[in-house]
Design a protein around this ligand. Structure first.
Ligand code: ADP
Length: 497
């Protein structure tokens, strides 16, 4: 019993990673699964694809490592958040496709809810804002649109779960219906101050309580792998939503510590300890992973288009062949030549929250080249993260002293340097950038004594590279002023369409 298996169930692929006691990756397997877009704004997954791909990667990772279930101390789960599933308790059969976090089908209901004043209790109790992004309105949609679902839910025949709960149900052979606070806090139904499902919010969204899983600490025994399962007899001992798991995997345990993940989008989370810091600057308050009996909170801000702008330069504009190539192209010019690129392709997220904004490239002159555009695109990612950080610093009691980074695009040194310059605090990239899976492994390992305590884990976190700010504060400020002008020009673009 010498390893931990982390299941990392993402939006486009399922991955399984095996970690040893030093927190090193021993083996990894990954499998993509189909995305379904049945209508404009709808995004669905087949719940069985989620489970089957996850199970397959778990078996593949064990095989690669030459290990069997008996060699595992525990299993941890981390997952795409907010994605919503409902299944029959008796058979485990889903009543329909999973509605993915990106799905906008409940937008008009959200507008209605907002008009009727629902925003006030929701924000006060959940730390969120009304948006189709979160699970609550998706559950309601399923109950109202799947034949017989509401009646069956009221009879207690159905179970709701986010992806963690679905995987846990499958792994335990339908024995356990549970989740953790970091996932529960993304549903619009969980009172983060009272640590319980909230009757008023359930009523507001017309959701029967009998659907809901039990909420247990993120680190603790949830159940045991069922007979014949990939983790037969192994305790499933950790659960965390992907962004909170990454915060945990980055060992951001002290209030004021923060991480930013540079993936398709960017997710900035700051640990606020046992204090649910209310945001006055358009960020979200959310439950962080809870290592023991004490609740933990985080401030969260996300930008929709991060590394995705690099994909657009590759696939849409065709000025690079692969994502990493952007670094070389951008380095071929000393600066962006006055070009600013606001990648508001699908509106702007925190702290601007403007769904009507659209992308702009501004400041183009005769001498502008593809390299300037590439550089401006990279800066556009960093300016957006800087905007989040400014909002977070304004909310937080302690200003940020360093930013820990991870995600695919954090491999880009130039990007990380630009980030440090703009935020004027050091950017620190750890050796292990698989922080999401590592976070899930840590949660599971802590619960089973594989790792002793948070100090032992914090000691494992190692720096790969630190990027110190190289421009003056005055210069950073001047650049950000220019950026703000560009952002203003991108806002409200589709308003009069
Ligand atoms: P996700 O988990 O959201 O799928 P990843 O963490 O795998 O994302 O990161 C992939 C994203 O990072 C893609 O959008 C890609 O364009 C971008 N990316 C990958 N490598 C680089 C790089 N070297 N420089 C800039 N962007 C990159």
């Amino acid at each position: 019993m010498s390893h931990i298996l982390a299941l990392d169930q993402g939006t486009t692929s399922s991955r399984a990673l095996i970690f040893d006691h030093a927190g090193q990756i021993v083996a990894m397997a990954q499998e993509e699964f189909p995305q379904h877009f049945p209508r404009s704004g709808w995004v669905e997954h087949d719940p069985m694809d989620i489970w089957n791909s996850q199970e397959k990667t778990a078996r593949a990772a064990l095989k690669k490592a030459g290990l069997a279930a008996k060699d595992l101390t525990a299993v941890g789960i981390t997952n795409q958040r907010e994605t919503t599933l409902i299944w029959e308790r008796a058979t485990g059969k889903p009543i329909g496709p999973a509605i993915v976090w990106q799905d906008r089908r409940t937008a008009s209901f959200c507008d209605e809810l907002e008009r009727d004043g629902g925003g006030v209790p929701i924000e006060r109790k959940t730390g969120l804002r009304i948006d189709p992004y979160f699970s609550g309105t998706k559950i309601r949609w399923m109950l109202d649109h799947v034949d017989g679902a509401r009646v069956r839910a009221e009879k207690g025949e159905l179970a709701f779960g986010t992806v963690d709960t679905w995987l846990l149900w499958q792994l335990t052979g339908g024995e356990v219906h549970a989740t953790d606070p970091s996932n529960a806090s993304r549903t619009l139904l969980y009172n983060i101050h009272e640590h319980a499902w909230d009757p008023e919010l359930l009523k507001l969204l017309d959701i029967p309580e009998s659907l809901l899983p039990e909420v247990k600490p993120s680190s603790g025994i949830f159940g045991e792998g069922a007979k014949g399962s990939v983790c037969e007899g192994v305790p499933i001992a950790g659960i965390g939503g992907d962004q909170q798991a990454a915060l945990f995997g980055q060992a951001c345990f002290q209030p004021g510590m923060a991480k930013n993940t540079y993936g398709t989008g960017c997710f900035l989370l700051m640990q606020t300890g046992d204090h649910a810091q209310k945001s006055e600057n358009n960020l979200l308050t959310t439950a962080a992973c809870q290592p023991g009996d004490e609740v933990r909170y985080a401030l969260e801000g996300s930008v929709f288009i991060g590394g995705a702008v690099v994909q657009w330069l590759r696939d849409g504009l065709g000025i690079i062949q692969s994502a990493p190539e952007i670094e070389k192209l951008a380095t071929s010019v000393p600066d962006s030549g006055g070009v600013f690129f606001v990648p508001a392709f699908s509106g702007l997220g925190a702290p601007h929250w403007d769904p009507e904004a659209r992308g702009i490239i501004v400041g183009i002159e005769r001498g502008t080249t593809a390299a300037h555009i590439a550089r401006a695109a990279m800066e556009g990612i960093c300016y957006q993260v800087a905007d989040l950080l400014t909002a977070m610093d304004a909310d937080a009691e302690v200003p940020l002293s360093e930013l820990r980074v991870d995600g695919g695009a954090s491999a880009n040194d130039l990007l990380m340097q630009m980030q440090a310059d703009l935020i004027q605090v050091p950017v620190v990239r750890p050796k292990c950038v698989e922080t999401t899976a590592l976070g899930a492994a840590y949660l599971a390992g802590l619960a089973t004594g594989f790792w002793k305590d948070l100090d032992e884990i914090a000691a494992q976190w190692q720096v790969d590279k630190t990027f110190e700010p190289k421009i003056s504060a005055a210069e950073a400020k001047a650049r950000r002023r220019q950026w703000n002008r560009a952002v203003e020009r991108s806002k409200r673009w589709t308003e009069d369409d």
